[in-house]
Design a protein around this ligand. Structure first.
Ligand code: ADP
Ligand code: MG
Length: 292
């Protein structure tokens, strides 16, 4: 049966915008040693904007953007939505319909359109070597600025790079700092490239970052953190975070996240409010003192 102190703490949590799906999670949270954060949509706003469009001489920016947006309009990825928004705002022309399209989660999209095969996605998806040498290595420079590169490949040739920047949430730094002051180790986990991850990890002040994570690697990273630190929490918002949320001792979902993340999590932050995590830990420690 649930103790009065636990019930009181759960209801205090709810009033503060932290929903616990059971007393056990509230108890565990007091003992958390490390917290892993997804990057996109968790530490950052999850609303990237197009900042640079670099195209091969044979094409115009308009051609590339209209074509890429036509294909990306079939993907739900935040980068895809940002490219579609950019096309709509800049050119205000209807998009075309690709002949076929395939969304490869964690990599990008492939499509058939205008009698060609298209690949749109990260460097490793279009060929790391070609990506790195495209236009005198502009990829490197943009990544160091914390931007995410989306490459456009037609048949076997990279013909454009679209760079996007997602802004680190104002409250992320504050939340991370207060967790660190409480002796908690903080890690950012992302599918994004090494250099972009490094830049964003600096902006958000986390102790460590793990880049180029496919959903399976997010899970192994959580397992490794558990071995190293003991009780580990994971904070995420996306469908591809769900396996990692389930693997962590405590899965924490952002309230504006996807349904799958909300269902898998043990704790939900009702607003996307990261500083509430430190509050929840205080609540948990207070409650455990009353119970014992
Ligand atoms: P994150 O963990 O940062 O949210 P994902 O695992 O969703 O990232 O994707 C990893 C990377 O794959 C992205 O940073 C992006 O470069 C690429 N990618 C995935 N889906 C798409 C898409 N629809 N269009 C372009 N790039 C994509
Ligand atoms: Mg995310």
């Amino acid at each position: 049966s649930i103790m009065p102190a636990t019930l009181a703490a759960i209801s205090n949590g709810a009033r503060a915008g932290i929903l616990f799906k059971g007393g056990v999670h509230l108890e565990n949270l007091a003992h958390v040693k490390a917290i892993a954060f997804d990057k996109t949509g968790t530490l950052t706003k999850g609303m990237p904007v197009v900042t640079n469009v670099i195209v091969h001489d044979k094409y115009t920016e308009k051609e590339i953007i209209q074509l890429t947006a036509s294909i990306e309009s079939h993907s739900n990825h935040p980068l895809a939505k940002a490219i579609v928004r950019y096309a709509e705002q800049k050119y205000k022309e209807p998009l075309k319909q690709p002949e076929s399209i395939q969304d490869n989660s964690g990599w990008g999209v492939t499509a058939k359109m205008n009698k060609a095969e298209w690949r749109i996605g990260k460097a490793a998806f279009v060929g790391e070597k070609e990506a790195k040498t495209f236009q005198q290595g502009i990829f490197n420079q943009l990544s160091e600025e914390g931007k995410t590169a989306v490459f456009v490949q037609k048949n076997d040739e990279i013909i454009a790079l679209i760079a996007l920047k997602d802004i680190v949430r104002e409250e992320s730094k504050k939340a991370i700092e207060s967790l660190k002051q409480n002796g908690i180790y903080t890690v950012m986990i992302t599918g994004d490239s090494e250099k972009t991850a490094k830049a964003i990890s600096k902006e958000s002040h986390v102790n460590e970052y793990i880049a180029e994570c496919l959903p399976e690697k997010k899970v192994t990273s959580i397992k490794e953190l558990k071995e190293k630190y003991g009780i580990v929490a994971m904070v995420g918002d996306g469908i591809n975070d769900a396996p990692a949320l389930a693997t962590a001792n405590i899965g924490i979902a952002m309230g504006e996240g996807t349904d799958v993340a909300l269902e898998t999590a043990d704790v939900v932050l009702m607003k996307n409010d990261l500083p509430r995590i430190a509050e929840a830990i205080h609540l948990s420690k207070r409650m455990n003192r009353i119970i014992k």
